[in-house]
Write a protein that binds this ligand. Structure first.
Ligand code: NAD
Length: 497
Protein backbone atom coordinates (compact mmCIF):
# COMPACT_ATOMS: atom_id res chain seq x y z
CA UNK A 1 0.00 0.00 0.00
CA UNK A 2 1.25 3.50 -0.74
CA UNK A 3 2.27 5.32 2.42
CA UNK A 4 0.62 8.58 1.46
CA UNK A 5 -2.99 9.04 0.65
CA UNK A 6 -3.62 10.47 -2.83
CA UNK A 7 -6.21 13.20 -3.37
CA UNK A 8 -8.33 12.79 -6.49
CA UNK A 9 -10.61 15.37 -8.10
CA UNK A 10 -13.78 15.06 -10.17
CA UNK A 11 -13.47 14.22 -13.86
CA UNK A 12 -15.56 16.62 -15.96
CA UNK A 13 -15.25 17.65 -19.59
CA UNK A 14 -12.10 15.63 -20.22
CA UNK A 15 -10.08 16.74 -17.19
CA UNK A 16 -9.69 16.58 -13.44
CA UNK A 17 -11.42 19.54 -11.80
CA UNK A 18 -12.00 20.49 -8.16
CA UNK A 19 -15.41 20.11 -6.63
CA UNK A 20 -17.43 23.11 -5.46
CA UNK A 21 -17.30 21.56 -1.99
CA UNK A 22 -14.31 21.20 0.27
CA UNK A 23 -15.55 18.09 2.02
CA UNK A 24 -13.79 14.87 1.02
CA UNK A 25 -14.46 11.15 1.32
CA UNK A 26 -11.69 8.78 2.44
CA UNK A 27 -11.14 5.52 0.60
CA UNK A 28 -9.91 2.58 2.71
CA UNK A 29 -8.26 -0.74 1.96
CA UNK A 30 -10.70 -3.14 3.66
CA UNK A 31 -7.97 -5.66 4.48
CA UNK A 32 -6.41 -3.45 7.16
CA UNK A 33 -8.51 -0.28 7.18
CA UNK A 34 -5.69 1.96 5.91
CA UNK A 35 -6.76 5.12 4.08
CA UNK A 36 -5.00 5.36 0.71
CA UNK A 37 -7.02 7.94 -1.23
CA UNK A 38 -9.70 10.56 -0.94
CA UNK A 39 -12.22 11.99 -3.39
CA UNK A 40 -14.47 15.04 -3.33
CA UNK A 41 -17.92 14.78 -1.78
CA UNK A 42 -19.58 16.06 -4.96
CA UNK A 43 -22.52 18.46 -4.85
CA UNK A 44 -25.58 19.18 -6.99
CA UNK A 45 -23.68 22.01 -8.70
CA UNK A 46 -20.88 19.57 -9.61
CA UNK A 47 -23.55 17.36 -11.13
CA UNK A 48 -24.89 20.37 -13.09
CA UNK A 49 -21.43 20.98 -14.57
CA UNK A 50 -20.99 17.32 -15.48
CA UNK A 51 -24.42 17.08 -17.13
CA UNK A 52 -23.76 20.27 -19.10
CA UNK A 53 -20.46 18.83 -20.26
CA UNK A 54 -22.14 15.56 -21.33
CA UNK A 55 -24.85 17.56 -23.17
CA UNK A 56 -22.19 19.58 -24.96
CA UNK A 57 -20.37 16.42 -26.06
CA UNK A 58 -23.65 14.84 -27.19
CA UNK A 59 -24.31 17.78 -29.50
CA UNK A 60 -20.69 18.11 -30.65
CA UNK A 61 -19.28 17.16 -34.04
CA UNK A 62 -16.45 15.31 -32.25
CA UNK A 63 -18.85 12.82 -30.68
CA UNK A 64 -22.44 13.46 -31.80
CA UNK A 65 -21.25 13.79 -35.39
CA UNK A 66 -19.45 10.42 -35.56
CA UNK A 67 -20.66 7.71 -37.91
CA UNK A 68 -21.32 4.25 -36.42
CA UNK A 69 -17.97 3.02 -37.78
CA UNK A 70 -16.16 5.93 -36.20
CA UNK A 71 -17.85 5.14 -32.89
CA UNK A 72 -16.78 1.52 -33.33
CA UNK A 73 -13.19 2.72 -33.78
CA UNK A 74 -13.47 4.70 -30.53
CA UNK A 75 -14.74 1.61 -28.71
CA UNK A 76 -11.88 -0.51 -30.11
CA UNK A 77 -9.38 2.08 -28.90
CA UNK A 78 -10.92 1.94 -25.43
CA UNK A 79 -10.72 -1.88 -25.46
CA UNK A 80 -7.03 -1.78 -26.36
CA UNK A 81 -6.25 0.74 -23.60
CA UNK A 82 -8.16 -1.35 -21.05
CA UNK A 83 -6.13 -4.41 -22.02
CA UNK A 84 -2.93 -2.41 -21.46
CA UNK A 85 -4.02 -1.08 -18.07
CA UNK A 86 -5.88 -4.15 -16.75
CA UNK A 87 -3.34 -4.86 -13.99
CA UNK A 88 -3.39 -1.31 -12.67
CA UNK A 89 -7.19 -1.16 -12.69
CA UNK A 90 -7.42 -4.55 -10.96
CA UNK A 91 -5.20 -3.32 -8.15
CA UNK A 92 -7.30 -0.17 -7.72
CA UNK A 93 -10.46 -2.28 -7.55
CA UNK A 94 -9.00 -4.60 -4.90
CA UNK A 95 -7.74 -1.70 -2.82
CA UNK A 96 -11.19 -0.15 -2.78
CA UNK A 97 -13.45 -3.10 -1.99
CA UNK A 98 -11.11 -5.88 -0.84
CA UNK A 99 -12.18 -8.32 -3.53
CA UNK A 100 -9.55 -10.84 -4.56
CA UNK A 101 -6.92 -9.63 -6.98
CA UNK A 102 -7.37 -12.91 -8.87
CA UNK A 103 -11.05 -12.08 -9.43
CA UNK A 104 -10.47 -8.41 -10.24
CA UNK A 105 -7.64 -9.26 -12.66
CA UNK A 106 -9.92 -11.58 -14.58
CA UNK A 107 -12.72 -8.97 -14.57
CA UNK A 108 -10.39 -6.20 -15.76
CA UNK A 109 -8.76 -8.27 -18.48
CA UNK A 110 -12.26 -9.08 -19.74
CA UNK A 111 -13.57 -5.48 -19.94
CA UNK A 112 -12.17 -4.96 -23.44
CA UNK A 113 -14.47 -7.73 -24.66
CA UNK A 114 -17.53 -5.60 -23.82
CA UNK A 115 -16.27 -2.64 -25.84
CA UNK A 116 -15.29 -4.86 -28.80
CA UNK A 117 -18.66 -6.61 -28.77
CA UNK A 118 -20.54 -3.30 -28.79
CA UNK A 119 -18.18 -1.92 -31.45
CA UNK A 120 -19.38 -4.86 -33.54
CA UNK A 121 -22.98 -3.88 -32.79
CA UNK A 122 -22.26 -0.34 -34.05
CA UNK A 123 -21.14 -1.70 -37.39
CA UNK A 124 -23.66 -4.49 -37.88
CA UNK A 125 -26.93 -3.10 -36.57
CA UNK A 126 -29.29 -2.22 -39.41
CA UNK A 127 -32.51 -0.29 -39.69
CA UNK A 128 -35.90 -1.50 -40.95
CA UNK A 129 -38.33 -0.47 -43.61
CA UNK A 130 -42.00 -1.07 -42.82
CA UNK A 131 -44.36 -2.38 -45.47
CA UNK A 132 -47.27 -0.13 -44.40
CA UNK A 133 -50.64 -1.07 -45.83
CA UNK A 134 -51.69 1.58 -48.32
CA UNK A 135 -52.87 1.87 -51.89
CA UNK A 136 -50.19 1.85 -54.59
CA UNK A 137 -47.41 1.57 -51.97
CA UNK A 138 -47.02 5.34 -51.99
CA UNK A 139 -45.07 5.47 -48.74
CA UNK A 140 -41.51 4.71 -47.97
CA UNK A 141 -41.66 4.15 -44.20
CA UNK A 142 -38.55 3.42 -42.23
CA UNK A 143 -37.36 3.20 -38.66
CA UNK A 144 -34.34 4.98 -37.26
CA UNK A 145 -32.64 4.13 -34.00
CA UNK A 146 -31.31 7.20 -32.24
CA UNK A 147 -29.30 7.63 -29.03
CA UNK A 148 -31.32 8.57 -25.96
CA UNK A 149 -28.88 11.36 -25.10
CA UNK A 150 -27.26 12.05 -21.74
CA UNK A 151 -27.13 9.02 -19.43
CA UNK A 152 -27.04 9.43 -15.64
CA UNK A 153 -25.49 6.26 -14.21
CA UNK A 154 -25.19 5.27 -10.55
CA UNK A 155 -23.27 2.15 -9.54
CA UNK A 156 -22.50 0.08 -6.41
CA UNK A 157 -19.24 -0.96 -4.77
CA UNK A 158 -19.07 -4.65 -5.40
CA UNK A 159 -17.76 -4.87 -9.00
CA UNK A 160 -17.31 -1.19 -9.81
CA UNK A 161 -15.80 -1.11 -13.30
CA UNK A 162 -17.46 -4.26 -14.61
CA UNK A 163 -20.90 -2.90 -13.72
CA UNK A 164 -19.96 0.50 -15.17
CA UNK A 165 -18.87 -1.20 -18.39
CA UNK A 166 -22.22 -3.04 -18.64
CA UNK A 167 -23.70 0.47 -19.08
CA UNK A 168 -20.97 2.53 -20.65
CA UNK A 169 -20.07 0.23 -23.56
CA UNK A 170 -23.61 0.02 -25.00
CA UNK A 171 -24.30 3.68 -24.18
CA UNK A 172 -21.26 4.79 -26.18
CA UNK A 173 -22.13 2.37 -28.99
CA UNK A 174 -25.55 4.01 -29.17
CA UNK A 175 -23.95 7.48 -29.35
CA UNK A 176 -24.94 8.64 -25.85
CA UNK A 177 -22.78 10.56 -23.40
CA UNK A 178 -22.43 9.67 -19.77
CA UNK A 179 -22.30 11.09 -16.25
CA UNK A 180 -21.31 8.52 -13.64
CA UNK A 181 -21.74 8.59 -9.87
CA UNK A 182 -19.76 5.62 -8.50
CA UNK A 183 -20.24 4.27 -4.98
CA UNK A 184 -18.57 6.40 -2.35
CA UNK A 185 -16.73 3.26 -1.16
CA UNK A 186 -15.16 2.66 -4.60
CA UNK A 187 -14.81 5.97 -6.47
CA UNK A 188 -11.15 5.90 -7.47
CA UNK A 189 -11.21 3.31 -10.25
CA UNK A 190 -13.93 5.26 -12.08
CA UNK A 191 -11.79 8.41 -12.01
CA UNK A 192 -8.76 6.57 -13.38
CA UNK A 193 -11.01 4.86 -15.96
CA UNK A 194 -12.23 8.27 -17.15
CA UNK A 195 -8.67 9.58 -17.37
CA UNK A 196 -7.56 6.57 -19.42
CA UNK A 197 -10.55 6.76 -21.76
CA UNK A 198 -9.91 10.41 -22.56
CA UNK A 199 -6.14 10.71 -22.38
CA UNK A 200 -5.08 7.32 -23.72
CA UNK A 201 -8.03 6.24 -25.86
CA UNK A 202 -8.78 9.74 -27.17
CA UNK A 203 -12.45 9.97 -26.20
CA UNK A 204 -13.65 13.54 -26.86
CA UNK A 205 -14.03 15.77 -23.80
CA UNK A 206 -17.36 15.43 -22.01
CA UNK A 207 -18.30 11.96 -23.24
CA UNK A 208 -17.66 10.25 -19.87
CA UNK A 209 -17.78 12.35 -16.70
CA UNK A 210 -17.39 11.20 -13.11
CA UNK A 211 -18.85 12.94 -10.07
CA UNK A 212 -17.92 11.26 -6.81
CA UNK A 213 -19.96 11.67 -3.66
CA UNK A 214 -22.84 10.35 -1.63
CA UNK A 215 -26.14 9.00 -2.88
CA UNK A 216 -28.06 11.97 -1.51
CA UNK A 217 -25.73 14.82 -2.59
CA UNK A 218 -24.48 13.50 -5.94
CA UNK A 219 -26.58 10.43 -6.87
CA UNK A 220 -30.03 11.93 -6.32
CA UNK A 221 -29.29 15.23 -8.16
CA UNK A 222 -27.99 13.17 -11.08
CA UNK A 223 -30.93 10.78 -11.46
CA UNK A 224 -33.44 13.62 -11.04
CA UNK A 225 -31.59 16.10 -13.26
CA UNK A 226 -33.81 17.85 -15.83
CA UNK A 227 -31.25 17.40 -18.57
CA UNK A 228 -30.63 13.66 -18.10
CA UNK A 229 -32.43 11.56 -20.72
CA UNK A 230 -31.87 8.08 -19.37
CA UNK A 231 -31.10 6.68 -15.91
CA UNK A 232 -29.04 3.51 -15.48
CA UNK A 233 -28.80 2.21 -11.93
CA UNK A 234 -27.24 -0.80 -10.25
CA UNK A 235 -27.67 -1.17 -6.52
CA UNK A 236 -30.08 -2.26 -3.83
CA UNK A 237 -33.77 -2.85 -4.43
CA UNK A 238 -34.75 -0.19 -1.88
CA UNK A 239 -32.72 2.59 -3.56
CA UNK A 240 -33.74 1.30 -7.02
CA UNK A 241 -37.40 1.61 -6.02
CA UNK A 242 -36.91 5.28 -5.01
CA UNK A 243 -35.03 6.08 -8.22
CA UNK A 244 -37.64 4.31 -10.32
CA UNK A 245 -40.42 6.37 -8.69
CA UNK A 246 -38.60 9.65 -9.35
CA UNK A 247 -37.69 8.71 -12.92
CA UNK A 248 -41.31 7.65 -13.48
CA UNK A 249 -42.54 11.04 -12.25
CA UNK A 250 -40.13 12.77 -14.65
CA UNK A 251 -40.98 10.31 -17.47
CA UNK A 252 -37.33 9.38 -17.88
CA UNK A 253 -36.63 5.72 -18.68
CA UNK A 254 -34.67 3.93 -15.97
CA UNK A 255 -32.99 0.57 -16.18
CA UNK A 256 -32.50 -1.01 -12.78
CA UNK A 257 -30.21 -3.86 -11.81
CA UNK A 258 -31.13 -4.68 -8.24
CA UNK A 259 -30.73 -7.17 -5.43
CA UNK A 260 -31.13 -10.91 -5.38
CA UNK A 261 -31.64 -13.96 -3.19
CA UNK A 262 -30.92 -16.57 -5.78
CA UNK A 263 -31.72 -20.27 -5.32
CA UNK A 264 -29.10 -22.90 -6.06
CA UNK A 265 -31.03 -26.18 -6.31
CA UNK A 266 -29.42 -29.62 -5.91
CA UNK A 267 -31.19 -32.75 -7.14
CA UNK A 268 -30.06 -36.26 -6.12
CA UNK A 269 -28.69 -37.18 -9.56
CA UNK A 270 -26.21 -34.26 -9.54
CA UNK A 271 -22.46 -34.82 -9.45
CA UNK A 272 -21.73 -33.86 -5.85
CA UNK A 273 -18.09 -32.86 -6.49
CA UNK A 274 -19.29 -30.28 -9.00
CA UNK A 275 -22.14 -29.23 -6.72
CA UNK A 276 -19.79 -28.44 -3.83
CA UNK A 277 -17.58 -26.31 -6.08
CA UNK A 278 -20.60 -24.63 -7.66
CA UNK A 279 -22.29 -23.84 -4.35
CA UNK A 280 -19.02 -22.47 -2.90
CA UNK A 281 -18.61 -20.39 -6.08
CA UNK A 282 -22.16 -19.14 -5.70
CA UNK A 283 -21.92 -17.90 -2.12
CA UNK A 284 -18.32 -17.65 -0.90
CA UNK A 285 -16.54 -16.34 -4.01
CA UNK A 286 -16.36 -12.56 -3.74
CA UNK A 287 -17.12 -13.00 -0.01
CA UNK A 288 -20.77 -13.37 -1.02
CA UNK A 289 -20.86 -9.74 -2.12
CA UNK A 290 -22.43 -10.29 -5.47
CA UNK A 291 -25.96 -9.59 -6.62
CA UNK A 292 -26.24 -13.05 -8.13
CA UNK A 293 -25.00 -14.89 -5.01
CA UNK A 294 -26.56 -18.34 -4.69
CA UNK A 295 -27.49 -17.54 -1.12
CA UNK A 296 -30.44 -19.98 -0.83
CA UNK A 297 -29.20 -23.53 -1.28
CA UNK A 298 -32.05 -26.03 -1.74
CA UNK A 299 -30.95 -29.66 -1.37
CA UNK A 300 -33.02 -32.80 -1.96
CA UNK A 301 -33.60 -34.69 1.31
CA UNK A 302 -31.92 -37.82 -0.12
CA UNK A 303 -28.53 -36.09 -0.40
CA UNK A 304 -28.86 -33.36 2.23
CA UNK A 305 -26.73 -34.96 4.99
CA UNK A 306 -23.85 -35.84 2.68
CA UNK A 307 -24.06 -32.42 1.01
CA UNK A 308 -23.97 -30.51 4.31
CA UNK A 309 -20.98 -32.54 5.62
CA UNK A 310 -18.98 -31.90 2.47
CA UNK A 311 -20.05 -28.25 2.19
CA UNK A 312 -18.96 -27.55 5.78
CA UNK A 313 -15.64 -29.38 5.24
CA UNK A 314 -14.85 -27.33 2.14
CA UNK A 315 -15.92 -24.05 3.80
CA UNK A 316 -13.61 -24.84 6.75
CA UNK A 317 -10.68 -25.12 4.31
CA UNK A 318 -11.28 -21.77 2.58
CA UNK A 319 -8.13 -19.67 2.81
CA UNK A 320 -8.95 -16.20 4.20
CA UNK A 321 -6.33 -13.48 3.87
CA UNK A 322 -4.93 -10.52 2.00
CA UNK A 323 -6.91 -10.09 -1.23
CA UNK A 324 -3.71 -8.94 -2.96
CA UNK A 325 -2.24 -12.42 -2.39
CA UNK A 326 -3.06 -14.66 -5.33
CA UNK A 327 -3.41 -17.69 -3.01
CA UNK A 328 -6.21 -16.13 -0.93
CA UNK A 329 -9.66 -17.62 -1.54
CA UNK A 330 -11.79 -15.21 0.48
CA UNK A 331 -11.00 -11.61 1.35
CA UNK A 332 -12.64 -9.31 3.88
CA UNK A 333 -16.13 -7.90 3.76
CA UNK A 334 -15.86 -4.52 2.01
CA UNK A 335 -16.55 -2.27 5.01
CA UNK A 336 -17.52 -2.49 8.64
CA UNK A 337 -21.22 -1.55 8.27
CA UNK A 338 -21.68 -4.41 5.82
CA UNK A 339 -19.85 -6.74 8.26
CA UNK A 340 -22.27 -5.72 11.01
CA UNK A 341 -25.22 -6.30 8.70
CA UNK A 342 -23.95 -9.80 7.91
CA UNK A 343 -23.41 -10.68 11.56
CA UNK A 344 -26.79 -9.35 12.57
CA UNK A 345 -28.47 -11.51 9.90
CA UNK A 346 -26.62 -14.57 11.22
CA UNK A 347 -27.91 -13.80 14.73
CA UNK A 348 -31.44 -13.33 13.42
CA UNK A 349 -31.19 -16.67 11.59
CA UNK A 350 -30.20 -18.49 14.77
CA UNK A 351 -32.90 -16.70 16.81
CA UNK A 352 -35.52 -17.77 14.27
CA UNK A 353 -34.46 -21.44 14.54
CA UNK A 354 -31.64 -22.02 12.03
CA UNK A 355 -28.57 -24.03 13.03
CA UNK A 356 -25.17 -22.37 12.69
CA UNK A 357 -23.32 -25.31 11.10
CA UNK A 358 -20.17 -23.36 10.39
CA UNK A 359 -18.69 -19.85 10.64
CA UNK A 360 -20.24 -16.68 11.98
CA UNK A 361 -17.01 -15.55 13.64
CA UNK A 362 -14.39 -12.91 12.97
CA UNK A 363 -11.05 -14.78 12.72
CA UNK A 364 -8.59 -13.38 15.26
CA UNK A 365 -5.43 -13.92 13.17
CA UNK A 366 -6.29 -11.35 10.48
CA UNK A 367 -5.95 -7.54 10.54
CA UNK A 368 -8.66 -4.92 10.26
CA UNK A 369 -12.22 -5.37 11.40
CA UNK A 370 -13.90 -6.74 8.30
CA UNK A 371 -13.10 -10.47 8.13
CA UNK A 372 -15.95 -12.93 8.59
CA UNK A 373 -15.74 -16.71 8.26
CA UNK A 374 -17.72 -18.33 5.48
CA UNK A 375 -20.99 -19.09 7.24
CA UNK A 376 -23.45 -21.95 6.75
CA UNK A 377 -26.91 -21.90 8.27
CA UNK A 378 -28.85 -25.17 8.07
CA UNK A 379 -32.39 -26.16 9.15
CA UNK A 380 -33.54 -22.96 7.46
CA UNK A 381 -37.25 -22.60 6.63
CA UNK A 382 -38.33 -20.57 3.63
CA UNK A 383 -40.21 -17.98 5.67
CA UNK A 384 -37.21 -17.11 7.85
CA UNK A 385 -35.56 -13.72 7.37
CA UNK A 386 -32.30 -15.37 6.20
CA UNK A 387 -34.21 -17.18 3.43
CA UNK A 388 -36.04 -14.10 2.21
CA UNK A 389 -33.82 -11.01 2.61
CA UNK A 390 -30.63 -10.26 0.71
CA UNK A 391 -27.67 -10.37 3.12
CA UNK A 392 -24.91 -9.52 0.62
CA UNK A 393 -22.23 -11.37 2.58
CA UNK A 394 -20.69 -14.85 2.94
CA UNK A 395 -23.78 -16.47 4.46
CA UNK A 396 -25.44 -19.53 2.92
CA UNK A 397 -28.91 -20.61 3.99
CA UNK A 398 -29.47 -24.33 3.38
CA UNK A 399 -33.02 -25.66 2.98
CA UNK A 400 -34.27 -29.11 2.00
CA UNK A 401 -37.04 -30.31 -0.32
CA UNK A 402 -38.79 -33.59 -1.13
CA UNK A 403 -39.53 -33.39 -4.85
CA UNK A 404 -39.22 -31.20 -7.95
CA UNK A 405 -42.60 -29.51 -7.47
CA UNK A 406 -41.74 -28.50 -3.93
CA UNK A 407 -38.27 -27.29 -4.99
CA UNK A 408 -39.79 -25.06 -7.64
CA UNK A 409 -42.45 -23.67 -5.30
CA UNK A 410 -39.89 -22.87 -2.60
CA UNK A 411 -37.39 -21.38 -5.05
CA UNK A 412 -40.05 -19.11 -6.57
CA UNK A 413 -41.38 -18.02 -3.18
CA UNK A 414 -39.25 -14.86 -3.12
CA UNK A 415 -39.57 -11.18 -3.95
CA UNK A 416 -36.36 -11.52 -6.01
CA UNK A 417 -35.69 -13.14 -9.38
CA UNK A 418 -32.17 -12.34 -10.49
CA UNK A 419 -30.59 -15.75 -11.04
CA UNK A 420 -30.85 -19.46 -10.22
CA UNK A 421 -28.72 -22.59 -10.39
CA UNK A 422 -29.95 -26.13 -10.94
CA UNK A 423 -27.79 -29.21 -10.43
CA UNK A 424 -29.01 -32.45 -12.02
CA UNK A 425 -27.86 -35.05 -14.53
CA UNK A 426 -31.47 -35.37 -15.78
CA UNK A 427 -31.60 -32.91 -18.69
CA UNK A 428 -35.38 -33.02 -19.00
CA UNK A 429 -35.61 -32.01 -15.38
CA UNK A 430 -32.99 -29.26 -15.95
CA UNK A 431 -34.96 -27.71 -18.81
CA UNK A 432 -38.31 -28.07 -17.03
CA UNK A 433 -36.82 -26.27 -14.08
CA UNK A 434 -35.14 -23.58 -16.20
CA UNK A 435 -38.48 -22.88 -17.92
CA UNK A 436 -40.44 -22.51 -14.72
CA UNK A 437 -38.06 -20.75 -12.39
CA UNK A 438 -38.73 -17.00 -12.07
CA UNK A 439 -35.24 -15.64 -12.73
CA UNK A 440 -33.47 -13.61 -15.40
CA UNK A 441 -30.53 -16.02 -15.63
CA UNK A 442 -30.45 -19.78 -15.01
CA UNK A 443 -27.31 -21.89 -14.82
CA UNK A 444 -27.51 -25.65 -15.29
CA UNK A 445 -24.61 -27.50 -13.58
CA UNK A 446 -22.63 -24.23 -13.26
CA UNK A 447 -22.93 -20.95 -11.39
CA UNK A 448 -21.80 -17.33 -11.73
CA UNK A 449 -20.81 -17.05 -15.37
CA UNK A 450 -21.40 -13.89 -17.41
CA UNK A 451 -20.64 -12.69 -20.92
CA UNK A 452 -20.98 -9.47 -22.87
CA UNK A 453 -23.31 -11.15 -25.37
CA UNK A 454 -25.60 -12.89 -22.86
CA UNK A 455 -28.46 -10.65 -21.60
CA UNK A 456 -28.50 -10.19 -17.83
CA UNK A 457 -31.14 -8.71 -15.56
CA UNK A 458 -33.80 -9.46 -13.03
CA UNK A 459 -37.35 -10.74 -12.79
CA UNK A 460 -39.62 -9.35 -10.05
CA UNK A 461 -37.91 -7.02 -7.55
CA UNK A 462 -34.46 -7.77 -9.00
CA UNK A 463 -34.83 -5.14 -11.66
CA UNK A 464 -36.17 -3.65 -14.85
CA UNK A 465 -34.47 -3.93 -18.23
CA UNK A 466 -31.46 -5.93 -19.36
CA UNK A 467 -27.73 -5.37 -19.65
CA UNK A 468 -25.38 -7.08 -22.12
CA UNK A 469 -26.27 -8.56 -25.49
CA UNK A 470 -28.44 -6.81 -28.06
CA UNK A 471 -30.99 -6.02 -25.33
CA UNK A 472 -28.31 -4.06 -23.46
CA UNK A 473 -27.86 -1.74 -26.43
CA UNK A 474 -31.60 -1.17 -26.85
CA UNK A 475 -31.75 0.43 -23.39
CA UNK A 476 -29.77 3.38 -24.82
CA UNK A 477 -31.65 3.78 -28.09
CA UNK A 478 -34.99 5.29 -29.01
CA UNK A 479 -37.01 4.61 -32.10
CA UNK A 480 -38.17 7.11 -34.68
CA UNK A 481 -40.50 6.20 -37.56
CA UNK A 482 -40.25 8.27 -40.75
CA UNK A 483 -43.07 8.30 -43.37
CA UNK A 484 -42.09 9.59 -46.80
CA UNK A 485 -44.89 10.15 -49.32
CA UNK A 486 -43.96 8.91 -52.77
CA UNK A 487 -47.29 9.70 -54.49
CA UNK A 488 -46.86 13.47 -54.75
CA UNK A 489 -50.51 13.92 -53.74
CA UNK A 490 -52.15 14.68 -50.40
CA UNK A 491 -55.81 13.65 -50.59
CA UNK A 492 -58.79 13.75 -48.21
CA UNK A 493 -57.59 15.85 -45.24
CA UNK A 494 -60.38 14.54 -42.97
CA UNK A 495 -59.39 10.89 -42.88
CA UNK A 496 -56.55 9.22 -41.03
CA UNK A 497 -53.98 7.52 -43.22
P1 NAD B 1 -26.96 0.97 -2.77
O1 NAD B 1 -28.31 0.88 -3.37
O2 NAD B 1 -26.85 1.31 -1.34
O3 NAD B 1 -26.07 2.05 -3.55
C1 NAD B 1 -25.87 1.95 -4.94
C2 NAD B 1 -25.49 3.32 -5.46
O4 NAD B 1 -26.61 4.20 -5.31
C3 NAD B 1 -24.33 3.99 -4.72
O5 NAD B 1 -23.53 4.68 -5.66
C4 NAD B 1 -25.04 4.96 -3.79
O6 NAD B 1 -24.22 6.06 -3.41
C5 NAD B 1 -26.19 5.40 -4.67
N1 NAD B 1 -27.36 5.93 -3.97
C6 NAD B 1 -27.77 5.68 -2.72
N2 NAD B 1 -28.91 6.37 -2.46
C7 NAD B 1 -29.22 7.05 -3.58
C8 NAD B 1 -30.28 7.92 -3.94
N3 NAD B 1 -31.27 8.20 -3.10
N4 NAD B 1 -30.29 8.43 -5.20
C9 NAD B 1 -29.32 8.13 -6.08
N5 NAD B 1 -28.28 7.33 -5.78
C10 NAD B 1 -28.23 6.78 -4.56
O7 NAD B 1 -26.23 -0.42 -3.09
P2 NAD B 1 -24.78 -0.90 -2.69
O8 NAD B 1 -24.76 -1.24 -1.24
O9 NAD B 1 -23.78 0.04 -3.23
O10 NAD B 1 -24.67 -2.24 -3.56
C11 NAD B 1 -25.18 -3.46 -3.14
C12 NAD B 1 -26.52 -3.73 -3.81
O11 NAD B 1 -26.37 -3.67 -5.23
C13 NAD B 1 -27.02 -5.11 -3.51
O12 NAD B 1 -28.42 -5.04 -3.28
C14 NAD B 1 -26.75 -5.88 -4.79
O13 NAD B 1 -27.57 -7.01 -5.01
C15 NAD B 1 -26.97 -4.82 -5.81
N6 NAD B 1 -26.30 -5.17 -7.07
C16 NAD B 1 -27.07 -5.54 -8.14
C17 NAD B 1 -26.47 -5.96 -9.33
C18 NAD B 1 -27.28 -6.39 -10.51
O14 NAD B 1 -26.73 -6.43 -11.62
N7 NAD B 1 -28.54 -6.72 -10.36
C19 NAD B 1 -25.07 -5.96 -9.41
C20 NAD B 1 -24.33 -5.57 -8.31
C21 NAD B 1 -24.95 -5.16 -7.13
Amino acid sequence: MPEESREYELFINGEFVPSDAEERIDVEYPYDGSVWASVPAGTPSDVDRAVASARGAFKSEEWGGLTPSERADALHRIADVLDDYADELAELETRQNGKLIREMSSQMSGLGGWFRYYAGQCQTREGRTIPVENKNGQFHTYVREEPRGVVGAVTPWNSPLLLTTFKLAPALAAGCTFVHKPSSYTPVSALRFAELLHEEAGLPAGVYNVVTGSGSDAGDPLVTHDDVDKVAFTGSTSVGRQISAKAGEALVPASLELGGKSPNVVFPSANLDNVINGVIKGIFAATGQTCLAGSRVFVHEAVADEFIDRFVDRARDIELGDPMDSETEMGPVAFRDQWETDVSYIQTGVEEGATLSFGGEQPDDLPGECFLQPTILTDVENDMTVAQEEIFGPVASVLTFGDETEALELANESQFGLAAGVWTEDMRQAHRFANQIEAGTVWVNEYRTLSYNAPFGGYKDSGLGRENGAEGLEEYLQTKTVWVDLSGEVDDPFKLG
